[in-house]
Write a protein that binds this ligand. Structure first.
Ligand code: ATP
Ligand code: MG
Length: 415
């Protein structure tokens, strides 16, 4: 589990503000659910034979002896909340969330035990138009963030009937190659053979490449659904690659699954993943319904943004107000308050903690500020302040205290 230090926060802010504005522009509403849920919720939804439930959950008994878990993802919680509030039956909902998730994985670059996801979930819509909308929304996010080099991969798992006939084919194929299966795959052969396709073990890749293709098992309705999706994507200019080996790590998907993958992050290259999961609502005790959504990994997006914005300013300060002489402290704070009234967006640090003028200027420099304002006896007497440019080769100048707000505004477009 990692700390997010102040220097990284501007990128997180950019991501969070950008995501909120984006989902709101598509008419999605925010939902927040608890970080802790009953363990049974995840066992029932994600599936007991998944990595997440088998070995990644932080589970514990509370004081009543109930088994609880830190949420490893948020879709199950959102469906539970929607069902509990009676908001999923016979109605459409478009919701979004953001927050921390917890999985006991081997920590490495792009993989943490507490990480953050943004997600969107849409309920009550049967057609592939909603999958297209979710894809358009996420694609717009990459565009807004200026992220390139993210490839969209899509696939169809088909209806549950298609899936089960494919499952039989797959079991036959892997049984014929049982000696080439690794331990995880042998275990999954009976319980969840589709997940073998999702194996990250390089030694399994050859076998997986030659497995029967899923699309040959799709029934007509499943093919039509997938075609409806690709048609909208084609007509809205979204590029994608059909990847028949794409199955999702979670059990509850049917029909469309999709992922955005980048090669810029090394091994942990999936930045967003989702699809249709109609079955989950019934699985969690509701009447059958329609559902589709995605979630994205914020840490991976932050890594891409930091890489891209290397030389952007990550300081927390525009102007540093320094003082010469004890008598100027109160006057400096008075001026500081006045500036904050006049320029609500100004990030102003008023020097605190005394110290020589030289050490104040060192702090001003380290703060990242572009400008230092200096208040000394002379300035107080003249009701002025000295403006010193910290990053430009420009002579310092004196400015009247009445005009300093206007002066700062003229120097920075952001104010
Ligand atoms: P992966 O194949 O990378 O393990 P997953 O299939 O387990 O991903 P999902 O459950 O679909 O991932 O979660 C959606 C997104 O959340 C992932 O695409 C990834 O960007 C991010 N994510 C998942 N697990 C982690 C983690 N442990 N640390 C950081 N980000 C993660
Ligand atoms: Mg995983």
């Amino acid at each position: 589990m990692h700390d997010i230090l102040p220097a990284e926060m501007p990128v997180w802010d950019q991501l969070e503000d950008g995501y909120r504005a984006l989902v709101e522009s598509y008419g999605y509403q925010q939902i927040r659910t608890p970080i802790v849920e009953k363990t049974a919720l995840f066992a029932r939804s994600i599936g007991t034979v998944t990595d997440i439930v088998e070995k990644e959950m932080y589970s514990f008994d509370d004081r009543n002896g109930d088994s609880l878990s830190l949420r490893p993802e948020n879709t199950a919680s959102v469906v539970r909340a929607g069902l509990q509030a009676g908001l999923l039956h016979d109605q459409q909902q478009r919701w979004w969330y953001s927050g921390p998730m917890f999985r006991h994985e081997r920590p490495q670059k792009g993989r943490y035990r507490q990480f953050h996801q943004f997600g969107a979930e849409a309920f009550g819509i049967a057609g592939a138009d909603i999958e297209a909308e979710l894809i358009l929304l996420a694609s717009r996010f990459w565009k807004c963030l200026g992220l390139q080099q993210i490839e969209l991969q899509i696939n169809s798992l088909g209806s549950s009937e298609s899936r089960s006939s494919y499952r039989d084919l797959l079991v036959d194929y892997f049984r014929d190659h049982a000696d080439a299966l690794d331990q995880d795959s042998q275990r999954r052969l009976e319980s969840n053979p589709l997940r073998i396709l999702d194996s990250k073990n390089p030694e399994m890749q050859g076998l997986i490449e030659n497995a029967p293709a899923l699309h040959d098992s799709l029934d007509q309705a499943s093919r039509d659904h997938f075609h409806e999706l690709t048609d909208i994507l084609d007509q809205t200019g979204v590029s994608y690659r059909i990847n028949q080996r794409l199955v999702r790590g979670l059990d509850y998907y049917s029909h469309t699954v999709f992922e955005w993958v980048t090669e810029t992050l090394g091994a942990q290259g999936t930045v967003c993943a989702g699809g249709r999961y109609d079955g989950l609502i019934e699985q969690l005790g509701g009447k059958s319904g329609y559902a589709a959504g995605f979630s994205m990994g914020c840490e991976r997006l932050v890594a891409m943004l930091i890489d891209q914005n290397r030389d952007q300013d990550s300081s927390g300060c525009d102007v540093y107000l320094a003082m010469r002489g004890e008598g100027s402290i109160a006057v400096a704070h008075r001026l500081g308050e006045k500036l904050r009234d006049q320029l609500p967006r100004l990030r102003l640090v008023v020097h605190a903690g005394a110290g020589s003028f030289k050490s104040q200027m060192r702090k001003a420099d380290r703060s990242g500020a572009k400008i230092a304002l200096i208040l000394g006896d002379t300035e107080i007497e003249n009701e002025t302040v000295t403006v010193k440019y910290l990053r430009e080769d420009k002579a310092q100048e004196e400015c009247s205290q009445v005009e300093i707000a206007m002066r700062l505004k003229s120097l920075s477009a952001n104010l």
